[in-house]
Design a protein around this ligand. Structure first.
Ligand code: PXG
Length: 464
């Protein structure tokens, strides 16, 4: 137990939180009744709440704290930068040292043809930039009618009007009048839930060819770009069949459609390479970046842009930008984060050591009676819960009810693991140690055992 005393008692904090703080993606009345878990400090992979309880954070916050919690170097970099130059903008023909240094560093790390970056403060904002950028690109090239962006159902690209429109979460579209015009969604490559009797390879091709059909139906002259996460994160860590991405790449190339890889989760080492596009063999024209860019130590996002697109955009005045585009403090923190990732070899370690070690422990959970499938690339993975392994059956209960039960057992046993429907997903910090891999997968197994017992006791091990 690690009691922290320099704050109000938890109950008072909870009352104030309930009275004044509106939480994202939360039914706030339900939360007020229950009271939020209030996290007060964190080190490495361990979170501590205001009652002194510790949790292993297998989600790295929201898929972002790649270098782990409690590093002092980014804090020092932020303090130094705030003293030197807390703010200046990058509009109107000015620049500053942190934005210049970070841009050069990103150009060095990104795939060869990607040497340009347009900054935002989040992944959502960066994807809004992308919508305007690809449409402006085609307009500047004399094709103003090339506007449609094709995305996928169950994709997550952010929460602003533009980025949530790109996203394929219909429950989000239902709130606030989305999607905006000229966004089109095709089906996702989720073989486990949607593949039926097809082999994964057949299914991967079938889903990729939906893109070609959509381009054909909508008109090649009207389609600007296709956007996708190399591996869907918030949708449930859905690793596409091996046939999927090569076919998508072929289709984009054949039809002159720009490819936007949303690297907000996959970027900065998560998959064992600097970018998920490298792991999956994709050649994007634009990459959305955020999260692991600063490991969450400061808000920053952006669009990495190919030389070809930059040449066109740079030839006009792109009337777009945010007050805090390239904020000096965020840039200084991101630069320090990239230094840590690089000098400590955390990307290589993910690929060569911790990824394979976690894979062993993670796939071993596949023998559990509740687990229909385990998947993992680098340090992002999922397990699909099922009442019947062989048929990949869904539960008869409300979608996500079982995942929620399992998540609660995780919390009670000192583990943060998120659920997406009835999949449990993980994305631990890249600094995870072998001992932490053992501890957290042991806790995951315990949570599965407790969930299984609960479902049996409640008569919930029933297929739909
Ligand atoms: N693209 C992807 C692929 C993301 O995962 C965004 C864009 C938006 O980034 P910002 O910085 O605007 O949030 C994301 C964010 C979850 C969860 O519960 C996932 C995200 C955000 C919040 C919650 O899985 N992903």
């Amino acid at each position: 137990m690690n009691m922290i005393t320099n704050h109000m008692p938890t109950e008072e904090l909870r009352a104030l939180d309930g009275a004044h703080h509106m939480h994202p993606f939360t039914h706030n009345n339900d939360l007020s009744e229950k009271g939020a878990r209030i996290i007060s400090r964190a080190r490495g992979m361990t979170l501590t709440d205001t009652d002194g309880n510790d949790y292993l954070d297998a989600m790295a916050g929201l898929w972002c704290v790649n270098i782990g919690y409690g590093r002092t170097e980014p804090a020092d970099a932020a303090a130094r930068q705030m003293r030197e130059l807390p703010y200046y903008n990058t509009f109107f023909q000015t620049s500053h040292v942190p934005a210049i240094a970070l841009s050069a560093k990103l150009a060095e790390l990104a795939p060869e043809n990607m040497n340009h970056v347009f900054y935002a403060n989040s992944g959502s904002e960066a994807n809004d930039t992308n919508i305007r950028m690809v449409r402006t690109y085609w307009a500047e090239k004399g094709h103003p009618e090339k506007k449609i962006i094709i995305s996928r159902k169950n994709a997550y690209h952010g929460s602003s009007m533009g980025s949530a429109s790109l996203g394929g979460m219909s429950f989000m579209h239902d709130q606030g009048g989305m999607p905006i015009p000229d966004i089109h969604h095709i089906d996702q490559p989720d073989w486990y839930l949607e593949g039926g009797d097809m082999s994964p390879e057949e299914f991967g091709l079938e889903r990729a060819r939906q893109l070609e059909k959509a381009i054909h139906d909508l008109g090649e002259n009207r389609v600007a770009a296709f956007i996708a996460e190399p591996i869907q994160g918030a949708g449930g860590v859905i690793i596409p069949p091996s046939t999927y991405w090569p076919e998508i790449q072929r289709i984009c190339d054949a039809h002159d459609i720009l490819l936007i890889a949303d690297e907000v989760i996959c970027g900065f080492g998560r998959t064992g390479e600097w970018f998920g596009s490298e792991t999956l063999g994709i050649r994007p024209d634009i990459m959305t970046i955020a999260k692991g860019l600063s490991s969450g130590y400061a808000p920053i996002g952006g669009s990495m842009v190919s030389d070809e697109i930059a040449a066109v955009i740079d030839n006009c005045e792109f009337a777009h930008g945010y007050t805090y585009s390239g904020h000096p403090v965020s840039c200084a923190v991101a630069l320090e984060n990239l230094r840590i990732l690089q000098e400590e070899g955390l990307v290589d370690r993910t690929r060569n050591t911790s990824g394979p070690l976690l894979a062993k422990a993670w796939h071993a959970l596949g023998d559990h009676p509740l687990v229909g499938d385990t998947s993992l690339v680098g340090l992002m993975g999922s397990i699909a819960l099922t009442p019947h392994k062989e048929s990949r059956a869904k539960f008869a209960s409300k979608e996500g009810a079982v995942g929620l039960i399992c998540r609660e057992f995780c919390f009670k046993n000192g583990l943060v693991m998120r659920h997406v429907g009835n999949r449990m997903v993980i994305s631990p910090p890249l600094v995870i140690t072998p001992e932490e891999i053992t501890a957290f997968t042991d806790r995951a197994r315990l949570a599965l055992d407790l969930t299984h017992k609960h479902l049996v006791d409640e008569g919930m091990m029933k297929a739909a």
